[in-house]
Design a protein around this ligand. Structure first.
Ligand code: PLP
Length: 388
């Protein structure tokens, strides 16, 4: 008989009932060190007092009103997003998938309004933009699309990081190029800064829009507020989600005025998107994370963590191959199945997340302490030893 919860996930037999910072406490009372953060979501750890205060304060005032009215909390969040990024405007969503859908609509509307027959969006293998019909078409992944056809047309998938393939595919018929500056689900694969600059230049040369998906790599995860800042370029449109709500469902599409010009009243909407409760939390997350001192700490801890992980790889050459990633978006390329390392981690009361390309993902809260990093490496060391 089918389970009452639609069985689309292979779940570990653990349930958590409490969280404190980098720790998730299971129903049997045991404490797990959480290097998954709900997949890059809990950027400030579990039950962060500032976020609990923002949420409960707002919960006692008003939760939901329609976008038929002014929503000051939404305006505050949009102000912060515009102030700290390339963007001139933001639409608030409830998830990354919804952000991807709007980004695609925005691209199409942009070219429609210019009377130009440009519908092709170039994407890359290993991409993940969500699970909607549009987002799976954008991924081009057999695993995600099989059985769900006919797929939404208008996407062409190129080999990851293959600039030559992009050079031959892009033309004055290209609507946009869409990619994650650091692939998350694809296996913590950062695109070199020089390549991102080349992609921006190619988009400029052919007039195509550049859409960046920073749902996983954004919100301070790489040590800059957004990963593309390292390359010194800016997109035309960007998707944000995961970390922006610190655990509350929230996402956003950021755009330049030019890219967003077609999205006039009536072209898009959301019942829940931009509600006061979510935006009150999101604004607090932005106030904390979009801060030079906070991001400097992320970078300091990332360097410490990375150095220890290099030692771990050297100590377990049969289990691990290399460390990769940027900031606190770290991956361990494995020689064994990453799911086996995840399982061995559970036995050490450590939470990690597998990814494609035989990679184990380490996505700790950005405010993890130095002691917790040392503890995480000790537990990873024991987990790896148990596999030998
Ligand atoms: C998780 C993710 C999404 C989808 O976000 P949801 O909130 O799960 O809909 C899109 N893009 C990237 C890069 C992601 O990591």
């Amino acid at each position: 008989m089918i389970s009452h919860v639609l069985p689309t996930y292979n779940r570990a037999p653990i349930a958590f009932e409490k969280g404190e910072g980098a720790w998730a406490i299971a129903t049997d009372g045991s404490r797990y060190l959480d290097l998954g953060s709900g997949i890059a979501v809990n950027v400030l750890g579990h039950t962060n007092p500032d976020l609990v205060a923002a949420l409960t304060e707002q919960a006692g005032k008003i939760w939901h009103v329609s976008n038929l009215y002014q929503i000051p909390q939404q305006e505050r969040l949009a102000d912060l997003l515009v102030e700290h990024t390339f963007a001139d405007t933001a639409f608030i969503t409830n998830s990354g998938t919804e952000a991807a859908e709007l980004a695609i609509k925005m691209v199409r509307k942009y070219w429609h309004d210019r009377d130009q027959d440009r519908i092709e969006i170039l994407t890359f293998e290993g991409a993940f933009h969500g699970r909607s019909t549009g987002a799976i078409a954008a991924s081009g992944s057999e695993k995600m699309t099989k059985g769900f056809g006919p797929l939404m047309p208008g996407f062409r998938t190129l080999p990851w990081g293959d600039l030559d393939a992009l050079r031959s595919a892009i033309s004055d018929r290209t609507a946009a190029v869409m990619l994650e500056p650091v692939q998350g689900e694809g296996g913590i694969r950062p695109l070199p800064d020089a390549d991102l600059r080349d992609i921006r230049a190619l988009c400029d040369q052919y007039g195509a829009l550049l859409v960046l998906d920073e749902v996983q790599c954004g919100m301070g995860r790489t040590g800059r507020l957004f990963a593309h800042e390292y390359a010194g370029i800016a997109p035309d449109i960007m998707m944000v989600a995961k970390g922006i709500g610190g655990g509350f469902p929230l996402g956003a599409v950021l755009a330049t005025e030019k890219a967003a010009a077609g999205m006039v009243a009536g072209t898009h909407g959301s019942t829940y998107g931009g509600n006061p409760l979510a935006c009150a939390v999101g604004a607090r997350v932005m106030e904390i994370v979009a801060n030079d001192a906070f991001l400097a700490e992320v970078n300091r801890k990332a360097a410490l963590f990375r150095q220890r992980l290099e030692g771990l790889v050297a100590a377990h050459p049969d289990v691990f191959e290399a460390v990769r990633g940027q900031g606190l978006m770290l991956g361990l390329k494995c020689k064994v199945a990453p799911t086996d390392v995840v399982k061995a981690g559970y036995a050490q009361h450590l939470l990690t997340v597998p990814a494609a390309d035989n990679t184990l993902r380490l996505l700790p809260p950005l405010n993890i302490t130095d002691d917790e990093i040392a503890e995480a490496v000790a537990r990873l060391d024991r987990a790896a030893a148990s596999l030998a």
